[in-house]
Design a protein around this ligand. Sequence first.
Ligand code: SF4
Length: 359
Amino acid sequence: MNDSRSAREFHDGQGEQDCLVEVTGLKKWFPVQKGFIANLLSRGHVDYVKAVDNVSFTIKRGEVLGLAGESGSGKSTIGRLVLRLLDVTEGQVKIDGVDLGTLKREDLRKARSKMQVVFQDPLASLNPRMTVGQAIEHPAQIHMPDTTPEERKQLVLELLEAVGMAPPEFFYDKYPHQVSGGQRQRIVLARALITRPELIVADEPIASADVSVQALLLELMIKLKNEFDLTYLFITHDLATTKYICDRIAIMYLGKIVEIGALDEVFNSPLHPYTRSLLAAVPVPDPRHRRTEPLPQGEIPNPINPPAGCHFHPRCPIAVEGVCDVEDPDMESSVASKEHLAACHLRTGKYQHLDPKRT
Ligand code: SF4
């Protein structure tokens, strides 16, 4: 890394801007539990699942950053680390300039009212014994103790209307099992909004909805973002949905971000071979369309013992022996844009002359 560049520039090329989320060198390693015999045989050696391994990025205020990758790539763990629902192994998460790792319990509770999460399964997120009204009001009871029950009820009714559940009085006393799956996700969104958060971590927020409802939920998320001045970290395994809501996108592979950039740049000029193969797997509604990129070979490797060098090399169609299996590539910006970065020796690194697609 060039010392003259600031740490923030190194993250994702965004430079000094109105930054709400700033993640630096984030790591989350989970120790692997072993049985008694295995522990004896390994003489106390501890293995770790490197779920998140040295990840850095920023999210500007009002921006939607998509975090995409296969299952097990570490994207949901990042979401939980950003909200401090998990302790970090190493690294820093700053929200609005405040390092969450330095906050005491009470300050962290206050900071949490500014950040909310929406999970994939709304049924699991809602207490079946709470009515819709009680569920939405619950965070306000914790984070807004100065409000009266009447004020909170009024707020709940307004939020139900804002998420398209009208008339709100009709839904207020219903239980989660009495509404549809799409309506449950709307309720979860309303509950997330009651503390007036600035940041919402949306972890596969539409994945469990029917395809016909997914588009409506995405539209609703965009509407709410504009109405409530929200910033989203949008976590998904489905690259196609990012097109409709994200401003920038980060591609994750085996605990690391391998490419990050503006949505158009990543979709139109993907740099990393993994990104190219993910994009090639996105269905195109044209029977004449032919896939131009091969899909990644094999399975995502074991994160306890990731491959040496570039973690993608065993699956990469253009890996160069003696380079890719030896050296771990750094995130480097592309020639075209300093805000479009990738970790690939052949696309942004020092071995670009070895790229077979170089013209
Ligand atoms: Fe493929 Fe090598 Fe680039 Fe990794 S560094 S993505 S193995 S070409």
